[in-house]
Design a protein around this ligand. Structure first.
Ligand SMILES: N[C@@H](CCC(=O)N[C@@H](CS)C(=O)NCC(=O)O)C(=O)O
Length: 260
């Protein structure tokens, strides 16, 4: 088994949480996204979307992190991450589809507008253009361009950030009732959502759940599990430093956006 991934990518973190939960340790290929390593002709043959992660199992590439996690759970059922109860399983799926239904986009806009744009702004303008031109999806390309140039003043920022906040509030409602997102057991739902909450924490935005004790407790419980190594072992200090500083500097403006 092989995994093409990136240390700080939320989608890759999600898949690594599931792999660690199941005690699977594929050979790893780390792709530097800032250097365009996910858009090389060789990699595009594995993942035509030019994104990480990609899992190779029995020589076959499997793409889309949600699909990869479901695949792993079905192909390696020794440790199961789906509730037996079918209603809880349906609840699990509502959470696992959440990143694909908008949260992942909101997270990308939020992370880039607050922090990652600063890495890009250090590059010569022709290098920024080269990297943008490599993005196969034109809409994504223009979104990234706006967030690089305008940060949290980019037209799509407020809507994305509020959507992110709304997800935290939905999680809080669920976690007020059950210890894990799909019920009494840890499941694919928790693995799917943890990277997105950790990203907010990395951006120093944990004030977003100051008044939501159930989210703090869930986060603490999730990070205490051995599979959290799928995130912790890969954290890069210079990214964390950039995220913390940029998120702290913008705190007042971000709070005003959420309150508006
Ligand atoms: N729906 C895809 C999204 C994958 C995705 O957007 N991956 C990001 C990292 S989290 C990526 O590779 N971006 C390419 C880039 O930044 O150049 C999945 O869940 O696998």
């Amino acid at each position: 088994m092989e995994l093409y991934h990136n240390n700080m990518s939320v989608c890759a973190q999600k898949v690594r949480l599931v792999l660690r939960e199941k005690n699977l340790h594929p050979a790893e290929h780390h792709l530097n996204l800032r250097k365009g390593e996910a858009t090389t002709p060789e990699y595009l043959k594995l993942n035509p979307n030019g994104v990480v992660p990609t899992l190779i199992d029995h020589g076959i590439p499997i793409i889309e992190s949600t699909v990869i996690c479901e695949y792993l759970d079905e192909a390696y059922p020794q440790v199961t991450m789906r509730p037996q109860d079918l209603v809880q399983r349906a609840t699990m799926r509502v959470w696992t589809m959440c990143p694909d239904a908008g949260l992942h986009h909101a997270c990308g806009v939020t992370s880039f507008s607050i922090a990652f744009r600063h890495q890009m702004l250090k590059l010569p303008p022709e290098e920024i253009e080269r990297q943008l031109a490599e993005k196969p999806n034109p809409k994504l390309r223009e979104n990234v361009r706006a967030t690089i140039q305008l940060g949290i003043d980019a037209p799509q920022f407020a809507e994305s950030f509020k959507a992110y906040g709304a997800v935290i509030s939905k999680m809080s409602q669920q976690l007020d009732q059950t210890p894990w997102l799909a019920g009494d057991e840890y499941s694919l739902a928790d693995a799917a959502m943890l990277p997105y909450v950790c990203r907010l924490e990395d951006l120093n935005l944990s004030w977003m759940w100051d008044a939501r004790a159930a989210v703090s407790k869930w986060l603490e419980r999730s990070k205490a599990r051995p599979n959290y190594s799928g995130i912790a072992d890969y954290l890069e200090d210079h990214y964390l430093q950039l995220m913390r500083t940029s998120g702290s500097e913008l705190r007042d403006r971000l709070q005003a956006i959420l309150a508006a």
